[in-house]
Design a protein around this ligand. Structure first.
Ligand code: CU
Length: 155
């Protein structure tokens, strides 16, 4: 009986793990600053609703303004959809699907390339060619967990 309870615990833990939201450190080790190519950083990443972006920067030097696509293109700093964020360690939830645009609000920084656009997917991402191994193994894991779980429940 104890081993069955343990097995169920393990299975539940494994089933929950793939659904955990991911935190993306914008720019990775570089953080949020000038002279980083954020288009390159975002390329190949699959952002899903529920994930978070984390902007790390020197608070006195930069900030983060979520803007519309038009304001992104024009580097218009007066059209904040939320924020502006200025703590230097800002966690921004991706709370809806579609494109999301972020710029730095300091003079000249957006024009200098301090801008990020990402595309957020609604739910579980469809297997994309670039991330096939990771996505495929998660799907396989979820399927095998579900199968094992139904076997345990049949006892
Ligand atoms: Cu800046």
């Amino acid at each position: 009986m104890a081993s069955k309870a343990l097995l169920i615990t393990i299975l539940v833990a494994a089933a929950v793990a793939p659904a955990l939201a991911l935190d993306y450190m914008v720019g990775d080790g570089e953080g949020w600053k000038l002279k980083v190519n954020y288009t390159q950083w975002a390329a190949g990443k699959t952002f899903v609703v529920g994930d978070n972006l984390i902007f790390m920067y020197t608070a006195a030097d930069h900030n983060v303004i979520p803007v519309s696509g038009a304001d992104f293109k024009a580097c218009n700093r007066s059209g904040a959809l939320k924020g502006p964020y200025s703590s230097g360690n800002d966690k921004i939830a991706l709370d809806g699907p579609g494109k999301k645009w972020y710029i730095c609000g300091k003079e000249g920084h957006c024009d200098g390339g301090m801008k990020l656009v990402i595309s957020v997917e609604a739910g579980a991402p469809a297997p994309a060619p670039s991330s096939a191994p990771a996505t495929g193994s998660l799907v396989w894991m979820a399927a095998s967990v579900a199968a094992a779980f139904s076997m345990v429940m049949a006892f």
